[in-house]
Every structure is written in C-alpha cells, then in structure tokens.
Ligand binder design. Structure first.
Ligand code: C2E
Ligand code: MG
Ligand code: MG
Ligand code: MG
Length: 282
C-alpha cells in the first residue's frame, strides 16, 4: 500500500490497466480452452402458458463455470467469445445439445436458442442447424431461434435472407429483448418473425396505470395485429403475473415467478409433475 502511494497516480492507474488486461487475456484463453474441450453446459428456462399449467418451450442458456472464478455470466463470456471469434463454435454446440435434449421432451415442447450477430453474417449457420436437426431427429418447428435487435442493426442485407431461409425450413424465429437498445418498429416489418419476446424492463415496477405498462399493452396489441406470438420475459412476482394476465398481455410467460433455468433432467421432472397435475384436474 505504501508502495503504491509512493508511486504517481498515473503509474497506479497503468498498473491497474495492465492487471485488467492480463486478467482479460487469461479469461479469453480459458474460454478458448473450455470451448475446445466442450466444457460449457446448457441450462433451460421454461416458457409457460400464462396460467402456469404447461411448458410450451424452453430457452437454452449457455453456462460456463470457471475453475477459479466460478460461474461466469453469459453476458460476459459471449461478448468475449465474439471478440476472439469463437462464438459460432459456442452456438453450434448449444444448438446440437439443445436439439438432442429437446428430442427427449414431450412432442409439444420446443427449444429456443440465442443467436449472436456473428452467426448471421454468413449462411454457414443453415448447415449447422440442418445437421443438428437431422442428427437429433427433431422436427424443425420445435427449434426456435432468438435474435436481438442489436443483431439486426448490422448493415448486412444478409441477415434477413439467412433468417428467411431458416424460417422456410420450418424453424421458428423470435425477436429477443424487444423494446431495448436501438429498437425500431421497422424490424417487425423487415424480418421474418413468428415470436416477439418483450424485454423484462417492461415488467419491472409495473403498476396498472404506469406508463411502462401502457407501453407493454401497446406493444402487445401491435404484436397481435401482426400475428406474432407474445412471450413476456423476466416476470418475477405474482403481482406482475396477475397484471399481465388481467390484460391478457402474454401468450407465454418466462421468469422466476414460474421457474429459473435448470438442467434438462429437471425440465423432464417438472414436465411430468405438470402433466400429473393436469390429469388430476381433468
Ligand atoms: P436472454 O436471451 O434475454 O435470456 C434471458 C436472461 O434472463 C437469462 O440470463 C435468464 O436467466 C434471465 N432471467 C430469466 N428470468 C428472469 C427473471 O425473472 N428476472 C431476471 N432478472 N432475469 C431473468 P442469462 O442466462 O444470464 O443470460 C443472459 C444473456 O446471455 C441472455 O439474455 C442472452 O442474450 C445471452 N446468452 C445466454 N446463452 C447464450 C447463448 O448460448 N448464445 C448467445 N449468443 N447468447 C446467449
Ligand atoms: Mg434469449
Ligand atoms: Mg431475452
Ligand atoms: Mg436479455
């Protein structure tokens, strides 16, 4: 401590920069190795009918547990993967895993995989997906792909074409985190979409007469007009759920109020529990 105080503040700053740089380099290298060794796993978060009675689809979420740091958030490691050019490798592995796992779930359930902008830059992804579907013997309509608005900001005319091609094969396309970032309603027109996932920021702190809730309802009405299926993300409380249902704002609900991400085994257990309950009530 005395040592650092003795140094000029700029030097201390530079040391910190060096330390952070080295840390980042290390994390990049560790991620590279983890991906190469296929050490990343996939957790699944269910999307429920609004009454919670049934799971329609599960979102595949990549997981990485670092030997020293423990679990690293995908928002962190996906960005690193993008920087070092290995995100498509992660995407491929997540898609392969997700298709195999989904093929063991009940027929009516789909699986939803997040794509990065890099995945849509060329049409390689089409082959990756086709292979994964064939090998797992999964019906294309059971595979959903989530793209974000930031993906679509890219000035590559290629993006809608790749999505169009995937959709033509029967795959379901969703726009993720809708309403955040550089949202533009024109995406809803330009893209071949089936599903809109409304971002959790539209759910946080909603009250019946809040402006946020009006924005949510407006977006829902617009989406219904366009024939889109509506998923409301990040529903955490009973109160939020009740409000969403009172105004019929969701076709599907995803959030901690129903379930957090879990293993495929836990998904199958939960599915069985729900089916048993449904049978009792029938
Ligand atoms: P996302 O696609 O919007 O996924 C939803 C995120 O919200 C997940 O975080 C999920 O755990 C979290 N979440 C779910 N319910 C709630 C809730 O009720 N409240 C709150 N506060 N959060 C909730 P996670 O797993 O940390 O993933 C973060 C983001 O990382 C994802 O956001 C997605 O953009 C990205 N990501 C995750 N896996 C992949 C992947 O395999 N590929 C790519 N390209 N991106 C991924
Ligand atoms: Mg998503
Ligand atoms: Mg989302
Ligand atoms: Mg998100």
């Amino acid at each position: 401590e005395t040592k650092s105080r003795a140094k000029g503040s700029l030097t201390v700053f530079e040391d910190e920069m060096d330390a952070r740089y080295i840390e980042r380099q290390k994390l990049q290298q560790d991620l590279r190795e983890a991906v190469a060794r296929n050490e990343l796993s996939v957790a699944y978060q269910p999307m429920f009918l609004p009454d919670g009675s049934r799971i329609e689809c599960c979102e595949a979420l990549a997981r990485w547990t670092h030997a020293e740091h423990g679990p690293v958030s995908p928002t962190v490691f996906i960005q690193i993967a993008e920087e070092i050019g290995i995100v498509s490798e992660i995407t491929r592995r997540v898609i392969e895993r997700a298709c195999i796992d989904c093929a063991r779930w009940p027929e009516h359930m789909g699986v939803s995989v997040n794509l990065s902008v890099h995945d849509l830059r060329n049409s390689e992804i089409v082959g990756v997906i086709t292979d994964a579907l064939v090998r797992s013997d999964l019906k294309p309509s059971r595979l959903h792909l989530e793209v974000t608005e930031s993906c679509l900001m890219e000035e590559t005319a290629n993006v809608p074409a790749v999505l169009q091609e995937l959709r033509a094969r029967g795959i379901t396309i969703a726009i993720d985190d809708f309403g955040t970032g550089y949202s533009s309603l024109s995406y809803l027109d330009a893209l071949p979409l089936d599903v809109i996932k409304i971002d959790r920021s539209f759910v946080r702190n909603i009250g019946e007469s809040s402006r946020r809730f009006k924005l949510l309802r407006g977006t829902v009405n617009l989406s219904r007009e366009l024939g889109l299926r509506i998923v409301v993300e990040g529903v955490e409380t009973r109160e939020q759920l009740e409000l969403i249902n009172k105004y019929n704002c969701a076709d599907l609900v995803q959030g901690y109020v129903f379930a957090a991400p879990m293993s495929t085994a836990a998904i199958m257990d939960l599915t069985e529990t729900l089916a048993r309950k449904a049978a009792v009530h029938a």
